[in-house]
Design a protein around this ligand. Structure first.
Ligand SMILES: [Zn+2]
Length: 296
């Protein structure tokens, strides 16, 4: 077990032993036992003064803020052409009672609604971009909020504000606030000027969770779809979060897709290196799937 300690953050890591670009869905039982020591599958985390974070896999994470637990971009299965590239921390049946789910956009690796429709609480609030709500409703969920950039929803003391984004399909990113704490979830956006307003609206950000694989589409003249590791570090320098965690960097489309269709420009280590140079005030943690981070 690895312990990360800085004045405001304590990370508790639960190691995985293997990770390959086309790994199958695996849930190492040894890690599950470790995880349960710090985390209760029934009640989740229970310290309202602390921000707790778990990287489940790819862009699927749990954010615990204000004593509430929020799931981001649920992806709990794999299919041909979509590989997580890392073992998943745990499957959907091990989720705690969720306060809400936020979805940045409707791509399968961020919105696996076919799998998620078995989640038992059909009243759990879903916050999604405009246009995605009907898919959530047709999966049986009744409590759906569609929001555009700078619109907010407040549920049980947690305020979720949609922030701008630009990706291949309509997308929003999220600022999640409770009390005086704030967590930014960056979805799959590119680095766009519209994001500048985040700094003005949210001058104090505790945690930024940023996709960093710089995805490009080869047949579209390498058109960029996601910020690169270096761009994500530049963005960090701008919004100045206390802590940053990279996500969305082990994905693989499989050998054929990676060779002919997809191209990547960034990984977690490149992001960490670039933040050291560009955003030295931000502490960056590379979390294996299943690692937790607490920000006090
Ligand atoms: Zn993605």
């Amino acid at each position: 077990m690895k312990h990360i300690k800085i004045p405001f953050a304590i990370g508790i890591a639960f190691f995985l032993h293997s990770c390959s670009a086309t790994s199958k869905l695996t849930v190492p039982s040894v890690r599950e036992a470790d995880l349960q020591k710090k985390y209760n599958y029934e009640t989740g985390f229970n310290n309202a003064d602390t921000i707790n974070f778990i990287r489940i896999g790819h862009a699927t994470t749990l954010i615990n803020i204000g004593g509430k637990t929020i799931l981001t971009d649920p992806w709990f299965s794999e299919k041909k052409g979509y590989y997580r590239g890392e073992p998943i921390a745990f499957l959907q049946d091990k989720l705690p009672l969720l306060s809400m789910i936020v979805v940045s956009h409707h791509h399968y690796d961020h919105f696996d609604i076919e799998t998620f429709k078995t989640y038992p609480d059909k009243n759990v609030p879903f916050i999604v971009p405009v246009g995605v709500g009907k898919k959530v409703k047709s999966a049986g969920f009744s409590n759906v909020y569609e929001i555009d950039p700078w619109q907010s929803v407040t549920i049980d003391g947690v305020k979720v504000t949609a922030c701008p984004a630009k990706h291949k399909v309509k997308e929003i990113t999220f600022m999640i606030e409770a009390g005086n704490r704030a967590v930014y979830f960056g979805g799959d956006t590119k680095l766009i000027p519209e994001l500048n307003e985040i700094k003005t609206r949210f001058p104090k950000i505790d945690l930024a969770i940023l996709s960093v694989n710089g995805l490009k589409i080869r047949p579209m003249f390498n058109k960029q779809m996601v910020m690169s590791a270096v761009q994500a570090a530049e963005f960090c320098a701008f919004i100045n979060p206390k802590v940053a965690v990279p996500i969305h960097y082990n994905f693989s489309g499989g050998k054929f897709k990676d060779l002919f269709i997809l191209k990547y420009d960034g990984n977690a280590q490149e992001f960490a290196n670039a933040t050291t140079v560009n955003a030295p005030k931000t502490k960056t943690f590379i979390l294996e799937t299943g690692d937790t981070l607490s920000i006090h």
